[in-house]
Design a protein around this ligand. Structure first.
Ligand code: UT7
Length: 320
């Protein structure tokens, strides 16, 4: 039994927050934000919309496109660092409930910006072991709820949104997810973190941006080299290189180091900012909806985030 990537869906809230919003409120410029990050705008959820609400909308599209019914889903995984509730109940439980999916395992994955690739890895393992047939994986973030809007060095980076996919069992090897590799290093916990409840600090994201930037470029690049080598593949076997959308300069540096052509590189950070675990499925969905991603295409996913965590995946797009 193999695991196949059956469908993709995404949802973004309607409010667009441009760079001007930050210029009006703090000591920054459009030139600084666009030159240092490549970000022009991000989406911001309303007060009432929580991560589970964003995730539900993305999930409905992915389920519909997979041509299955909610009662055929036997596992729900949600990657998020901005859950509706602190620790419990999990956002996956809330999403399952809102979709009317009951009596199946549902849990969250906390791997920051690598969360969607972690979820993909877990879904693949459950499907390949024969334990589950249709897994709903979601990356859903309301990062605006954990951003410190007095910290000009981080607040303009992040946005809200969600992406979802259905991972299903198949006996056709040509549809199979080729490989997923994930790693972590907790010794670098201080680079990107939200303080704990006992710390006395507010639960806002904190990042040592410049240090993180350098490690991100190195790690993202090395990870792709490793996964391609392990699978005896080269750049030419990849149709779309879809990295985590944190910063245009990171994506460019990694893409150039790996010698991907422009038509292979996917860039959405300009319009959504960094949406952590949602950034990769949102980018896949953009490619799908614009006709850039087609049945049978091979995607190379690559992410890095707080933990530290990092991971990459080589995935055939096996839409029905
Ligand atoms: O998603 C998970 C992984 N995340 C990442 O990988 C993000 C990694 N980091 C980054 O994207 C970048 O480090 C940032 C965009 C956050 C910052 O860019 P940078 O080139 O690393 O800038 P920097 O932190 O070295 O700051 C350069 C200067 C500083 O001034 P001085 O000390 O050179 O006088 C900052 O105070 O830019 C200043 N600065 C700003 N200036 C205008 C910092 N924030 C701003 C701002 N507007 N918003």
């Amino acid at each position: 039994m193999y695991a196949s990537f059956r469908s993709i869906g995404a949802y973004v809230p309607s409010e667009i927050r441009t760079n001007q919003w930050f210029i009006d409120r703090m000591d920054t410029t459009d030139e600084w934000i666009t030159k240092r990050t490549g970000i022009n705008q991000r989406r911001i959820a309303s007060k009432e919309q929580l991560s589970s609400d964003l995730g539900v909308e993305a999930a409905k599209i992915a389920i519909d496109r997979a041509g299955i019914k909610c009662d055929e889903i036997d596992l729900v995984l949600c990657a998020t660092i901005s859950p509706d509730y602190m620790c419990m109940p999990s956002t996956a439980c809330l999403i399952a409930d809102k979709l009317g999916i009951s009596d199946v395992m549902a849990f969250d994955i906390s791997a920051a910006c690598t969360g969607f690739i972690y979820a993909l890895s877990v879904a693949k393992a459950f499907v390949e072991s024969g334990m589950k047939k249709n897994v709903l994986i979601i990356g859903a973030e309301k990062l605006s709820s954990i951003v410190d809007y007095t910290d000009r060095t981080t607040c303009m980076l992040f946005g809200d949104g969600a992406g979802a996919a259905i991972i299903s069992a198949t006996d056709n090897i040509n549809e199979a997810i080729i490989d997923v590799r994930c790693s972590a290093d907790g010794s670098q916990k201080d680079l990107l973190m939200t303080p704990g409840v006992e710390s006395g600090e507010k639960q806002f994201m904190q990042m040592k941006g410049n240090e993180t930037f350098k490690i991100a470029v190195r790690t993202l690049t090395n990870d792709v080299i490793k996964i391609l080598e392990k699978n005896n593949m080269s750049n030419d076997d990849i149709d779309l290189f879809i990295p985590h959308q944190a910063n245009y300069r990171i994506i460019k540096a990694v893409g150039d180091a790996l010698e991907f052509r422009d038509e292979q590189k996917v860039l959405t950070v300009d319009k959504y900012g960094n949406t952590s675990s949602a950034s990769i499925p949102m980018a896949i969905n953009d490619c799908y909806e614009s006709g850039r991603l087609k049945l049978g295409d091979t995607m190379l996913l690559d992410a890095f985030g707080g933990g530290l965590t990092w991971g990459s995946a080589i995935v055939k797009f096996a839409a029905k």
